[in-house]
Ligand binder design. Structure first.
Ligand code: ZN
Length: 269
């Protein structure tokens, strides 16, 4: 049974409860929601901050990395004292200090074809804080097969993009059927990232997660929003389900075994 808000919670969340479309019952449902943040880097840091502050009851964090000094110009839940520590532990300490209402579930593991489905199964929404195509394909595929909304975000230098992939709408493979080859986009080379751009995109992703959990407003699920910090422009382009999409447009992919994750995430013949 869902507990009523106590006086401390009424006070803590009072400014969001003043919004007409957010009732006590909405806050209670937020407190019983479960969100998985895939990646505790720049995007993940920003997402984690606002999900925890808003009172999302369970925040799962999956990341197998450790905090490096070069992360700190953008990954704002980690500090100098956390260098060398697992990112999930550092992020969990941040959440514990910010909001004791939130239960943190840490998964200090790589997302693999074998683990992704069981990882996602226990969450209402999964958020893309990933820094590589390979894992993004994995999470997109597993999220769609499990009918879990996938709030996509990505950044590069001064640019970023986001959208929400929900069952019935387009998926990441509708945008990009298979991962680019290694020569085009090397997976192990760090890329430039302007410090605040993942903050901007991650905050918009957190907003879409909260809207989804609260059933509030119009989800950003049929357009791709692109932000260019260089000239402060935001462009939205329509996204349509691709009828030839191997994941959502046909029956080519019915389960994770149909995908060859060793061959650039193409589909098994
Ligand atoms: Zn698709």
């Amino acid at each position: 049974m869902v507990q009523p808000l106590d006086s401390r919670q009424r006070n803590r969340y009072s400014r969001q409860l003043m919004i007409d479309s957010i009732a006590d019952s909405d806050q209670r449902s937020l407190l019983s929601s479960r969100v998985l943040v895939a990646g505790a880097g720049g995007l993940g840091s920003s997402v984690i901050q606002y999900l925890a502050a808003a009172g999302v009851g369970t925040v799962g964090i999956v990341d197998d990395g450790r905090v490096k000094r070069s992360n700190l110009q953008r990954q704002v839940v980690h500090t100098v004292d956390d260098i060398g520590e697992p990112k999930v532990e550092s992020a969990a300490r941040f959440i514990d200090a910010l909001n004791p209402d939130v239960t943190v579930e840490t998964h200090a593991t790589r997302i693999t074809p074998d683990t992704v489905a069981s990882l996602l199964r226990r969450y209402d929404v999964v958020v893309d804080g990933l820094d590589n195509f390979a894992t993004r394909f994995l999470v997109n595929d597993a999220a769609r097969l499990a009918a879990v909304p996938f709030v996509h975000g990505a950044v590069y230098e001064l640019e970023g993009q986001l959208t929400v992939f929900r069952p019935g709408g387009p998926c990441y493979r509708c945008l990009l059927p298979a991962a680019p080859d290694e020569e085009t986009v090397p997976s192990d080379e760090p890329m430039g990232i302007f410090p605040s751009v993942p903050g901007t995109i991650g905050t918009l992703q957190a907003t879409e997660v909260l809207k989804c959990l609260l059933d509030l407003g119009e989800p950003l699920d049929d357009e791709l929003l692109r932000y260019d910090a260089a000239d402060a422009t935001v462009v939205r382009t329509p996204l349509e389900p691709n009828p030839d999409c191997p994941l959502c447009g046909s029956d080519e992919i019915d389960d994770m075994d149909d995908i060859d994750y060793d061959d650039r995430y193409r589909i098994e013949d």
